[in-house]
Design a protein around this ligand. Structure first.
Ligand SMILES: NC(=O)c1ccc[n+]([C@@H]2O[C@H](COP(=O)([O-])OP(=O)(O)OC[C@H]3O[C@@H](n4cnc5c(N)ncnc54)[C@H](OP(=O)(O)O)[C@@H]3O)[C@@H](O)[C@H]2O)c1
Length: 286
């Protein structure tokens, strides 16, 4: 990769940022397509967010990704926020459009695409989302419009209730506490099971919300966690012989591809992006 005086920039704004695989993924794409741009991790403490947005606005940036803890607070600093991102209340991608900074959420469309490409007749299906944090909101916000019913179960029940209440304007949504008995009753009634909690994420790779006794052969099982590639949650689902497992890398690569397309107007080389991330995560098939 050559960094020139004329290079354009993209960055990841967050704190911390060192765990991210986005720099490797996007720099590989810039290099592969011969785009004179560089993607850098920018650790931005809370009190420097407004200043960093001003630099992106005024300097040689194509755009940015946004991660914790800024996904929500950044909305107020942008010129426009697209409908889904404002509904979700979180932005993970900023694109420079003319002299405006526009906020998007590419997590939701990425997850929906990963699920919809595996499940036929989504409109007849019911889905369970475990979690009510940022990833859960982004996934549920779009999914609720495409499935017959959506169930949200969260450790902090109040957050599940709040999310289901917000979603019920767009579709059929129910909330549940994250309790064994409740899940045991619920799981036979759902077709798609999604882990959108951070449980099982590196380094606590032995943890899982559900073990194999909970999964059923008709389930399609998706885990938003992408490190490790094959989480304990997906391993348990496989042991139960579920119809299909979808690893979080699918969502991660697609959210990056959608961001890249907003920044450059060009089609993203998805297979290359996936192979870079797989390699960073130690390879292996799911
Ligand atoms: N694949 C992708 O592209 C992608 C994109 C975004 C995020 N993610 C991944 O998705 C995961 C969640 O991220 P996030 O941004 O939504 O985080 P977040 O906003 O902090 O939400 C965390 C969620 O996990 C739940 N949780 C945490 N520890 C738990 C435990 N021990 N038992 C039960 N529930 C627990 C929380 O429940 P409470 O409400 O009770 O605290 C909350 O619902 C992370 O692993 C992240 O890396 C992946």
């Amino acid at each position: 990769m050559r960094v020139l005086g004329s290079s354009m920039l993209c960055c990841l704004i967050g704190d911390p940022v060192e765990h991210s695989l986005s720099p490797q993924m996007h720099n590989a794409v810039f290099e592969h397509l011969g785009i004179n741009a560089v993607y850098i991790p920018l650790r931005v403490p809370k009190d420097a967010l407004a200043a960093s947005i001003e630099i992106i606005r005024k300097s040689n940036f194509l755009g940015a990704n946004v991660t914790m803890p800024h996904k929500e607070s950044v909305l107020a600093l942008l010129d426009e926020v697209d409908g889904a991102a404002s509904g979700i209340g979180a932005v993970n991608t900023i694109a420079k459009e003319g002299d405006k900074l526009v906020g998007y959420n590419t997590d939701g469309p990425a997850a929906l695409h990963a699920i919809a490409s595996r499940v036929s007749k989504l409109s007849n299906k019911s889905a369970l989302v475990l979690g009510a944090g940022g990833a859960a909101k982004a996934i549920a916000w779009l999914l609720v419009e495409h499935v017959a019913e959506l169930h949200i179960a969260n450790r902090t029940f109040e957050r599940a209730k709040e999310l289901a209440r917000a979603l019920s304007r767009k579709g059929v949504a129910y909330s549940h506490p994250l309790e064994r008995g409740v899940l045991k009753q619920l799981l036979p009634k759902v077709d798609i099971v999604i882990n959108a909690t951070s449980v099982g994420m590196y380094p606590r790779v032995d943890e899982t919300i559900l073990t194999k006794e909970y999964f059923l052969p008709h389930h399609v099982v998706f885990d938003a966690v992408y490190n490790p590639l094959l989480t304990r949650f997906l391993q348990e689902a496989k042991k139960a012989g579920v119809r299909e497992v979808i690893p979080g890398i699918e969502m991660f690569v697609l959210q990056g591809a959608l961001a890249f397309e907003k920044w450059t107007g060009r089609r993203a080389p998805i297979e290359l992006m996936r192979s870079v991330v797989e390699k960073e995560l130690g390879g292996g098939s799911v």
